[in-house]
Design a protein around this ligand. Sequence first.
Ligand code: URA
Length: 230
Amino acid sequence: MSTVRLDRFVCKSTELTKEEATQRIHQGMISVNGEAVTNEALQVHENNKVTLAGDTLTARAFRYILMHKEAGTICSNKDEAYPSLFNQITVDRVSELHIAGRLDVDTTGMVLITDDGRWSFNITTPSKKCEKVYRVGLRRPIADDAAAKFSHGISLQGEDKLTLPAVLEVLGPKEVLLTITEGKFHQVKRMFSAIGNRVVSLHREKIGTVVLDVDVGQWRYLTAEEVESF
Ligand code: URA
């Protein structure tokens, strides 16, 4: 760990939610190097002594990884009909890692991997409105009314609620970018199927503000700034 925001440090070293951690900080219950601090955005370093009501806090060292998934690998922790993408991640305790928003076996692109469940919740839960951008190849030319339909929300088979508003950007007759903030099972494929088209290629190129920037099959750790952005 280099530096991290105080609220995040408190979350990483306790079972408190971000709201609870912020509340404790505002109540003056947190001290950094012996001084009460009420600014949750203060950057703290691993050498700082942080206490909560007098007890010293020690942050767990969570891991945050960005990977470029290749087609033919699965987002499961073990091999099944296809090999797990975790085979390509050469870190200790791989079994403790999970994926924040799985991709289908034939989908390529960005996956975020972590052992911090609270952080991945911010990415996957629709109420946090974290945007995922997919580049989609289609079998048929995109219909003129597709953007309006996706913006309004559409009904997917087997779901009671409409999809949340999604943004469609047309790149060519059969190539589009689709931005969604939820991740129902096979969501993108089902959305295009619901408007009478079919996905022939699917690639996730962005999550939140983080853009895929490693080659296929490669991975890297997220920067502290990227981690904080979720
Ligand atoms: N939507 C899909 O249909 N598949 C994916 O892999 C991701 C989003």
